[in-house]
Design a binder for this molecule. Structure first.
Ligand code: IMP
Ligand code: MG
Length: 179
């Protein structure tokens, strides 16, 4: 994998430090001691597992799987729910855990679906934010890093299904994206 990397954007140690900071803030904010983490598959899995292990809260786990059809380096806005939460979230304090917010279309749809289930509260945590590309306004409570408009991989994020298990965030060599 390493040979496909152009450069590292965020080092492993920076990510781990940031994840702990976010977890501390979240632990302080959820004073009743309970939280329902809803991870958006598959990109959020690594962030959610590190974040949750740093929370001083009773955390329950749920997942949603959504896909947007179209090109694989941007989302089209046509979002399909492949796997929804099975659980009654009516009296839960939900924290959506996302890897990256780009146009905001994916999350906008997820928020709409979850709000229709009348949770007690609903907030967003994202590791990465690409604000330049936003098409739909999203209120982000917990944000790791803002990044420029570049396609990144690692720490859960993939290109064509690969590179998710890199411990840092990186940009791939141009020729990989052209294949
Ligand atoms: P949005 O609907 O445009 O906000 O797209 C968000 C989704 O697109 C994320 O959950 C990712 O799955 C994917 N995505 C957006 N930018 C990147 C990137 O730079 N690398 C990997 N996946 C990305
Ligand atoms: Mg995603």
């Amino acid at each position: 994998m390493e040979k496909d990397i152009e450069r590292i954007l965020i080092e492993e140690s920076q990510i781990q430090k940031k994840v702990k900071e976010l977890a501390d803030r979240i632990s302080k904010d959820y004073r009743n001691g309970n939280i329902l983490l809803i991870g958006i598959l598959k990109g959020s899995v690594i962030f959610m597992s590190d974040l949750s292990r740093n929370l001083d809260l009773n955390a329950e786990f749920e997942f949603m799987d959504v896909s947007s059809y179209g090109n694989n380096t941007y989302s089209s806005g046509n979002i399909r729910i492949n796997y929804d939460v099975k659980y009654d979230v009516g009296n839960k304090d939900i924290l959506i855990v996302e890897d990256i917010i780009d146009t905001g279309r994916t999350l906008n749809k997820i928020i709409e679906v979850l709000n229709s289930k009348n949770p007690n509260s609903l907030r967003i945590a994202t590791l990465l934010d690409k604000p330049d590309r936003r098409k739909v306004n999203i209120d982000i409570s917990y944000k790791g890093f803002e990044i420029p408009n570049e396609f990144v991989v690692g720490y859960g994020l993939d290109y064509a299904g690969k590179y998710r298990n890199l411990p840092y965030i990186a940009v791939l060599k141009e020729k990989i994206y052209q294949n």
